[in-house]
Design a protein around this ligand. Structure first.
Ligand code: FAD
Ligand code: NAI
Length: 468
């Protein structure tokens, strides 16, 4: 058993962990990063953000070519799906990016360890590598072990017919009928991929609405548009059992409030009902680190646990389970360890669902403002009145700007429409600088661009949109 010493040992090489390791190294700290996967990049690069976006892009192109180019005067005959090639492209994208992280580690002189890590003391981590156990001594330990998908009780995920997002990213054939349990980020993105490739998709959601964390108007519009595209929604409904039959799967559903059960026949079920912190078996409790009831590591505002020198970031701590939130926490904790003032502004973290159209939100949702009794003005601008959207034939959706009634400060912006995920970045910068709706409205936006809809919605806060 060999022993090595570091200033910082990071457990987990996802967006939280690998970014933290790079920032630590930039700040002159001797850094190691451990992951049990052979490839770096964590959930996001290997089985999350990146493969899902690769398939979303390919499936969108397929659907465009098969059904939407006619009005542009482009006739395409004999559009065929080659699923194996589509999957290989996705795998290549993943491989390029994970290798890229390995390159960044070499450049920054970060020592990578591959193997399962256990915290064995307040300053000691043991790694089970292929070549035996390694003991790493560290002044600082950062837990960045991410999250795992939540299972439905009594329903076993086999990743073939009953799948989590991981299986849904690698199906060998297009399901005839895919039942998606959970109308959240994963359900709607992966449901969109397989619907575009030819599946009938039924989304079963426990609540009476989809995407519970997004703005209510946005969610309604998204559901309407996805329904028009052919997705079926069963809201206020729960899945009580999934039976494997020779002919396929039989999914028992019943109203969430109670009532008669019925059966939906399908060939694949995707369970996408949320994710939970991945902290079991790490040895944290043995060294006295406090976890909450859901297994999340409890931290203070400096990402410190109750044990000095042990920190935690990313999906295994409170807050939205998003890659960019984990990355920003990785940078902040590295700077704190180096004696600087690392900080994350949790009020300005965008969330994007990469459906077509995309749905993006930042800051407060309207329901929250109402509940909190905050007086606000709202400005809405539809993409059908945006000239670039017209030239693209992508006129669905709107931009909604919510601004404080007294100060005009932007409190939240919610966008559903083409490129919403890119448009929200301008708002993030504006909000970070404490902008008012007037500031956005008076900023010159290039014409013709989708971003003019953001400016117009900001103008609409003061009831002076020009084009609507
Ligand atoms: P992770 O990325 O989960 O990394 C944790 C790493 O720790 C893993 O590699 C794991 O192997 C390792 N690990 C755990 N325990 C140990 C141990 N004991 N020893 C050694 N290593 C260990 N977010 C977005 O912002 N945008 C998206 O588009 C997006 N799409 C997603 C799509 C899907 C299908 C999924 C599942 C998630 C998606 N997410 C997306 C969420 C995003 O992937 C996570 O928020 C992000 O990966 C969290 O980063 P992290 O570093 O905290 O953890
Ligand atoms: P989610 O939290 O986004 O959605 C889960 C949905 O399942 C909710 O609508 C919830 O009400 C519903 N639900 C819960 N229990 C249920 C049950 N028993 N039956 C029916 N419905 C039930 O979780 P999801 O989609 O699994 O994604 C996990 C997380 O991963 C997301 O919250 C997000 O943080 C991250 N992610 C982010 C993406 C992005 O940024 N584009 C894409 C994919 C995932």
């Amino acid at each position: 058993m060999s022993e090595q010493e570091f200033d910082v040992v990071v457990i987990g090489a996802g967006p939280g962990g690998y970014v933290c390791a790079i920032r630590c190294a930039q700040l002159g700290l001797k850094t190691a990063c451990i992951d049990k996967r052979a490839e770096l990049g964590g959930t996001c690069l290997n089985i999350g953000c990146i493969p899902s976006k690769a398939l979303l892009q390919s499936s969108e192109l397929y659907e465009q070519a098969a059904a939407h180019l006619g009005p542009h005067g482009i006739g395409v005959k004999g559009v065929e799906l080659d699923l194996a090639t589509m999957m290989k492209r996705k795998d290549r994208v993943v491989e390029t990016l994970t290798k890229g992280i390995a390159g960044l580690f070499r450049k920054n002189k970060i020592t990578a360890f591959h193997g399962k890590a256990h915290v064995t003391g307040k300053q000691t981590v043991e790694v089970e590598t292929e070549n035996g156990a390694e003991v790493l001594k560290a002044k600082n330990i950062v837990i960045a072990t991410g999250s795992d998908s939540v299972n439905l009780p009594g329903i076993e995920i086999d990743e073939q017919r009953i799948v989590s997002s991981t299986g849904a990213l690698s199906l060998h054939a297009v399901p005839k009928h895919l039942v998606v349990v959970g109308a959240g980020f994963i359900g709607l993105e992966m449901g969109s991929v397989w619907r575009r490739l030819g599946s009938d998709v039924t989304v079963v959601e426990f609540l009476e609405r989809i995407t519970p964390t997004m703005d209510g108007d946005l969610a309604k519009e998204l559901q309407k548009l996805l329904k028009e595209q052919g997705m079926t929604f069963r809201l206020g409904t729960k899945v009580s059992a999934v039976e494997q039959a020779a002919s396929g799967l039989k999914v028992s559903v019943e109203p969430a409030k109670g009532g008669d059960a019925e059966t939906i026949d399908c060939d694949v079920v995707l369970v996408a009902i949320g994710r939970r912190a991945h902290t079991a078996g790490l040895g944290l409790e043995d060294v006295g680190v406090v976890l909450d009831g859901r297994g999340m590591v409890e931290i203070d505002h400096r990402f410190g646990t109750n044990i000095d020198g042990i920190y935690a970031i990313g999906d295994c701590v409170r807050g939205p389970m998003l890659a960019h939130k984990a990355e920003d926490e990785g940078v902040a904790v590295a700077e704190i360890i180096a004696g600087q003032a690392g900080h994350v502004n949790y009020g300005v973290i965008p969330g994007v669902i990469y459906t077509a159209p995309e749905a993006a939100g930042i800051g407060k949702i309207e329901d929250e403002l109402k509940t909190d009794g905050i007086a606000y003005n709202s400005g809405v601008f539809p993409f059908m009145a945006n000239s670039r959207a017209r030239t693209y034939d992508q006129t669905e959706g709107f931009v909604k700007v919510l601004a404080d009634a007294r100060t005009d400060r932007v409190l939240g912006v919610h966008i559903i429409g083409a490129n919403a995920g890119e448009l929200i970045a301008e708002v993030a910068v504006a909000m970070e600088f404490g902008a008012s709706a007037e500031d956005i409205a008076r900023t010159c936006h290039a014409h013709p661009t989708f971003s003019e809809a953001v400016k117009e919605a900001a103008l609409a806060v003061g009831k002076r949109a020009i084009h609507f």
